[in-house]
Design a protein around this ligand. Structure first.
Ligand code: ADP
Ligand code: MG
Length: 263
């Protein structure tokens, strides 16, 4: 059974259709890289998967269970935010701009949701938070405030915060695109290690080399639809569509680096 099933997902803002019947499945442990031009609906798709944005149609299933909606009086309704908070904890979200709480230390950023949502006692939540900070290489920064950390360190705290909730899958929305180039590698390395641990990950990224290395599959989004879905080598290098070629050219004048591994 797929861990995530997205069926006919639609989202409009007023008259503007941003997602148009997006359908795909993700197996447990799969890494999916989502590529596509700016404005193609990548962020909206991730936000609709965990109901940070409400879809205007379609369904999300996590582990075979309908997420975010239930039957009431014979009609299907999307659930309230309050009802969603607990279910949503199964789905981690890593934002482009970290979104740490600026008035909380790294440790407290990571410990907060386990305390509030999972109802762990303070001491247990802090122990868990230290473990997760260690996991992302930041044990020494537990007491630092976010503004004393580099962008790469803040993003690693954000990843530790997600891990502390023991999510079934993690959605990453361009996790390195707000970082100075020299800080990108440390975040990608943490993501590689999560991938190696078998975490299920959906990653919106413009890091084509990373996507080609780490992803089991590439989804290419264009105008709110999935325009290509397949193995990285096939979608990026062996059989790219004209749109894909055009998109890859916008990322780099040299074109994407072909992965060095052979199939
Ligand atoms: P991407 O992440 O691929 O760059 P987005 O999902 O952010 O694309 O946006 C897709 C389209 O949806 C864009 O045209 C954007 O202007 C529009 N959009 C996104 N959020 C909103 C919103 N809250 N209200 C109106 N339009 C929006
Ligand atoms: Mg986006």
């Amino acid at each position: 059974m797929p861990i995530l099933r997205v069926t006919d997902l639609c989202k409009s803002f007023g008259p503007v259709t941003v997602l148009d019947r997006v359908t795909f499945e993700v197996e447990r442990g799969q890494k999916i890289a989502i590529l596509g031009p700016s404005g193609s609906g990548k962020t909206t798709m991730l936000r609709c998967i965990n109901f940070l944005d409400r879809p205007t149609g379609g369904s999300i299933e996590i582990d075979g269970r309908r997420f975010g909606a239930k039957l009431a009086g014979g009609r299907e309704r999307y659930e309230s935010d309050r009802a969603l908070a607990k279910e949503r904890a199964d789905i981690g979200f890593v934002f482009q701009r970290f979104n740490l709480f600026s008035h909380l230390s790294a440790l407290n950023n990571v410990a907060l949701a386990p305390r509030l949502v999972r109802k762990l006692p303070r001491a247990e939540a802090e122990t868990l938070a230290r473990q997760m900070l260690t996991r992302v290489g930041l044990a020494a920064k537990a007491d630092s405030m976010p503004d004393a950390l580099s962008g790469g360190q803040q993003q690693r705290v954000a990843i530790a915060r997600v891990l502390a909730m023991q999510p079934k899958l993690i959605l990453f929305d361009e996790p390195t695109s707000a970082l100075d180039p020299e800080l990108v590698g440390e975040v990608l390395n943490v993501m590689r290690s999560l991938a190696a641990d078998g975490m299920t990950m959906l990653i919106v990224t413009h890091e084509v080399r990373f996507a080609a290395d780490v992803a089991d599959r590439i989804l290419f989004m264009d105008h709110g639809r999935i325009a290509a879905d397949g193995k990285p080598r096939d979608v990026l290098f062996d059989n790219p569509t004209d749109r894909m070629r055009q998109f890859l050219r916008t990322l780099s004048n040299d074109g994407p680096a072909r992965p060095e591994t052979t199939p």
